[in-house]
Design a protein around this ligand. Structure first.
Ligand SMILES: [Fe+2]
Length: 243
């Protein structure tokens, strides 16, 4: 299983706060059946930036530390990129790290509170260039909670979206748990990821979330959300879910 959204790199955002915690997270990932984690530190948030070169360098360090401990987990560099006014310019200048090697997918995060006026244009520019934006955890963003049609419009444009395992489990609020289910029922979700930050408050929760998906929606849908993580990582096309 591949996890396309994690905060394992130590001391760069609100994720792992030491290399020891990185290693604890790596072991926890393996226990959950994860074989590869894409490292997606926050970028473009007002309180934190993690530039491409820094992430590339730190990913190598994390990789080495994991190998030294003989933990059977591979990692690759990417970013969780906050949508801001410079987003499009920076993206097309090659300053962002995609989720896959070929640059087909980028993990795009919106602020908790608003959906900026320029966002739709920027997303369309990506789609026109053959790039698919992966919207990070829409079930945890106020604009999508208040207006699911906003998300629906973006999916109809060609964007895809990632639900967080802990939202399904109910580790955030009941509103977020319900929103995650509503969005899945409406076919507005394409992939599941952990967004794991640490082992104590924001863990992987993948096994538990997958159990719920299996029970509520069945194995085919659960596998659809899991398999798309691999498709994204391999730069392959993600299709809408069909019963
Ligand atoms: Fe994240």
């Amino acid at each position: 299983m591949i996890d396309i959204h994690t905060h394992l790199i130590p001391n760069v955002d609100d994720g792992a706060d030491s290399i020891k915690e990185t290693l604890r997270l790596a072991r926890a990932a393996v226990e959950e059946g994860i074989t590869h984690t894409v490292l997606t530190p926050h970028h473009n948030r007002y309180w934190v930036t993690n530039e491409k070169d820094k992430v590339l360098k730190l990913t190598k360090e994390v990789e080495q530390a994991i190998q030294e401990e003989n933990i059977p987990l591979t990692v690759s560099p990417s970013q969780e990129i906050r949508m801001n006014e410079e987003f499009s310019e920076e993206l097309f200048a090659g300053n962002y790290l995609p989720l896959d090697e070929n640059g087909q997918y980028y993990l795009v995060e919106f602020s908790w509170s608003d959906f900026p006026s320029f966002a739709r244009t920027y997303l369309q520019e990506m789609l026109d260039a053959g790039i698919t934006p992966v919207i990070a955890h829409p079930e945890r963003q106020r604009p999508f909670l208040d207006n699911p049609d906003l998300l629906k419009g973006l999916i109809e444009m060609g964007c895809i979206s990632q639900v967080t395992a802990s939202s399904i489990v109910g580790d955030y609020t009941e509103e977020i748990r319900q929103a995650s289910h509503y969005m899945m029922e409406e076919n507005l979700i394409h992939v599941i990821a952990s967004d794991a930050h640490n082992t104590y408050e924001r863990p992987f929760n993948m096994v538990e979330a997958l159990k719920i998906l299996d029970k509520v929606y069945g194995t085919t849908y659960k596998e659809y959300l899991v398999d798309n993580a691999e498709k994204i990582f391999m730069g392959q096309k993600v299709k809408p879910f069909k019963n």
